[in-house]
Design a protein around this ligand. Sequence first.
Ligand SMILES: [Zn+2]
Length: 408
Amino acid sequence: MQKHISHPILIRTLGLVVLGLMILVAIRVSAQIAETNAEEAAIEQAKLEQAAYDARFSNENYTVADGDVMAAILQNEVGLSYEEALEVVDAINTEHDVTKVRAGTDIAITYFDDTLDSLTYDISSDDALVITRADEEYNASIEPITYDIDVAQRAGTIETSFYNDGIEAGLTPRMIMELAKVFAFDVDFVNSIQDGDSFSVVYERLVRKGELVGTRDIIAARFTTNGKDFSVYRVIDDEGKTGYYSPDGGSSRRLLLKTPLNFTRISSNFGNRKHPISGGWKQHKGIDLAASTGTPVESVGSGTVSIAGWNGGYGKFVKIKHTSGYVTAYAHLSKINVTKGQQVEQGELIGAVGTTGSSTGPHLHYEMYFNDQLVHPFNHDTPKEEPLPEHLQPRLEKAVATYSSQIK
Ligand SMILES: [Zn+2]
């Protein structure tokens, strides 16, 4: 007998142990696989059930047409009965006047098994009206629309008109208007835009469900005209109010607008490279702005109408007294929309361009006085509004540091 277990036996024993362990591991692994399979199957099953449930929902869109009435849309497009349509109309009316739905509005309709489950449409850029059906009843609520915001940058040089070159640069008509509004106190977009003027803007875009749906605020912008740079940066104050300021903290807003001919009231083709009919402006006490008959004329600032009516060679004439010693006058109008003594706001419509009185053709004769002295409205800068409050300076500095290189 050998005292020691021989090697073959040892090997065999070890082999058995290893085999045993392997079997155990295998059982364990297969148990795990079985468990995983069961879990996966359960998940698959749940997914299928969810998909089957989801498949019972379907979505449709209807765009409100001119002259559409909600009750008719609900019957003809959504498939509700007359009674159901009236129920939905009543529900909408509890939250929002149903007649306020405008042509072009998209109504998103969701059905569950072919019955109306929910219906929603935007009632403003901030809110949507939502109709939901529960327990055979329709309920209306107003829900905020959630947007994602991204930041875009665009720049361009004027070659044909501000509008055309803005579109060329990828700006939306609304953003072009916003830009012109921001610079309306320094730049005359109707008559003074020149070849080679340039612009650059950083602005917010609204994204909804992955789709670009619009633009929001300008964050920073530059407009260069006649070799002069104007740049502004957005500052939002503690009350959430947005203001635009130059890098030194000066407001973008002034007492008077640069021109009474507002681009937003004129055809989209404003900002052409045309020049005011000028020459001898002092002799004839003002400047003549090229514009066709009917072009809206607005007050460049708030004030009181001191003259509104026929005034000899001036034809149909309006004179407005503003604060801080400023007076403006508008002549040869075809139409007057204000009366003597009336208070007007900045940008308020006061009349239309014409050729009444001693005038050789349609244009606006425009005069500006400061402390009873005639001044050239395009060469004279009226006072700026309140500068940025001291405690908001860091916000402006941050905006300048972040965006100045982007609007260069
Ligand atoms: Zn004139």
